[in-house]
Ligand binder design. Structure first.
Ligand SMILES: [Zn+2]
Length: 459
């Protein structure tokens, strides 16, 4: 009996800890730095994420790479020992760091041994405040950024991009709709003054969130107040408005050449997500789960037309898109399209199958119990969900998923699929057979030419 009581208590505390995941202590320093501190389950380790509210979206097309270039420069060294010396100091502390620039933010991602967390935060503070942006470091960083973005921007690639043929299907559609820049942004023309301005105007405590998850130092709050509290706030900047679809029209259907020869192809069918008054965003998440399964059932299991069909949600500029996609053999393109069209028509007519919807909703809720494991994943989760944080907690996705009704999902489905959507088909210029045919035709022409030449000579 006592054992049972103990087990019950244990289960209860475990349960409380699991619920607790969305409960996070957060407060602001007087200089505006937002702190989120969460004791984690794994000991000996701290996951640190410093999120700076500046990303690609904050700059016009030509200067888009500015925040990315600055992010790289901040690792170029704080003294004469340069980049190497900086890395050696991090190695000596047993931590690892990296940074990422996205559309909305620039984030420094650090894994640290708990014992050295304050020293590692010191190092982070040093690179933010003491990095000298020298011309030689800028040149070196430009080369790295250029390589990351796919190497030197050739004339051919630039020309293809201008015809919006060089992008992947969704980006290409985004360019057509005026949601994305047509050309890749260059780095060579960016100046030191511009970089200094980005640092001055955006790298300020009232534009940053520091997330820490793990075995947190007892002295951490006092340390943060002293060290990070010394950063000077700025007048906050306005973010550029995100591009919306205005009156640009995009073709209903287009073929996008991918490489020269081959038999593989991809179908992408993209739909702008309608704004649904009163329905949570999770409605489209559940719709995505449903479509993933429907595509797999029909295209792969029933018809064997596609190995890994999938649906996807992504944001392009300021617009959310929902897509259904399939990898297919070139010869099967028409059949696969037909199956997709039938699926769409049937869903519009009959709505979602209630049993399947209930099963997938249950699975999505159950997934929340194990989807985020460990300090680092939790820190990443908070980073991704920052917009949701309010009054000491994040919203529990399981609750939001549970609240979606079949009627909600059907409403979202109908609004989404009553649009014709945009069809994009990626395939190589020639199929294998076409290449062989072309080769044979050329050989034939050559032979005829030779015979003609011989006949002419003989005469
Ligand atoms: Zn980079």
């Amino acid at each position: 009996m006592r054992c049972l009581l103990f087990a019950c208590l244990l289960f209860n505390t475990l349960h409380a800890a699991a619920l607790d995941r969305y409960q996070v202590e957060g407060y602001q320093l007087p200089n505006g730095l937002q702190l989120l501190l969460k004791p984690g389950s794994e000991r000996g380790h701290v996951a640190i994420r410093l999120v700076v509210g500046v990303g690609f979206d904050d700059f016009p097309c030509a200067d888009k790479e500015l925040p990315h270039l600055l992010e790289h420069l901040l690792f170029s060294g704080v003294d004469a020992s340069g980049e190497g010396g900086l890395e050696e100091r991090m190695q000596a502390l047993g931590g690892e760091w990296n940074a990422y620039t996205s559309n909305a933010d620039t984030t420094f991602v650090i894994e640290a041994p708990a014992a050295n967390q304050r020293k590692i935060l010191d190092l982070l503070l040093e690179i933010l405040t003491r990095t000298e942006l020298s011309e030689s470091a800028i040149d070196a960083a430009k080369q790295v950024v250029e390589r990351e973005e796919g190497g030197h921007y050739s004339h051919l690639q630039r020309w293809l991009d201008r015809q919006d043929l060089g992008h992947n299907a969704s980006n290409q559609l985004a360019v057509e709709l005026g949601l994305k820049c047509a050309e890749r942004a260059d780095v060579q023309h960016l100046t030191r003054e511009q970089l200094e301005a980005v640092r001055k105007n955006w790298y300020a405590p009232n534009n940053m969130t520091l997330i820490m998850v793990g075995e947190l130092d007892r002295l951490l709050p006092a340390y943060l107040e002293r060290a990070f509290g010394a950063l000077q706030p700025i007048e906050p900047n306005d973010h550029l408005p995100l591009p919306e679809i205005h009156d640009q029209a995009a073709a209903a259907q287009r073929d996008l050449p991918r490489g020269w020869v081959g038999n593989s192809a991809k179908i992408h069918w993209l739909f702008p997500e309608p704004a649904l008054e009163g329905l949570p965003d999770e409605t489209f998440d559940l719709l995505k789960d449903y479509l993933d399964w429907a595509l797999y059932r029909h295209l792969r299991l029933d018809h064997g037309l596609s190995y890994g069909p999938w649906s996807e949600r992504e944001v392009l500029g300021g617009v959310g898109f929902f897509s259904v996609n399939a990898d297919v053999e070139r010869d099967n393109l028409d059949d696969a399209r037909q199956v997709l069209e039938q699926l769409k028509a049937r869903l519009l007519k009959d709505g979602l199958d209630p049993d399947t919807f209930a099963r997938l909703q249950q699975a999505a809720i159950a997934r929340q119990a194990w989807a985020v494991q460990g300090n680092s994943a939790l820190a990443d989760y908070y980073w991704g969900a920052l917009g949701d944080y309010e009054g000491g907690h994040f919203t529990d996705p399981a609750q939001a998923l549970r609240a979606v009704t079949l009627a909600d999902a059907n409403q979202a489905l109908r609004q989404l699929f009553k649009q014709p959507g945009y069809l994009r088909i990626e395939k190589p210029l020639l199929s294998d057979e076409q290449l062989i045919g072309l080769g044979a035709a050329l050989a034939g022409l050559l032979l005829i030419g030779l015979l003609g030449w011989r006949a002419y000579r003989r005469r």
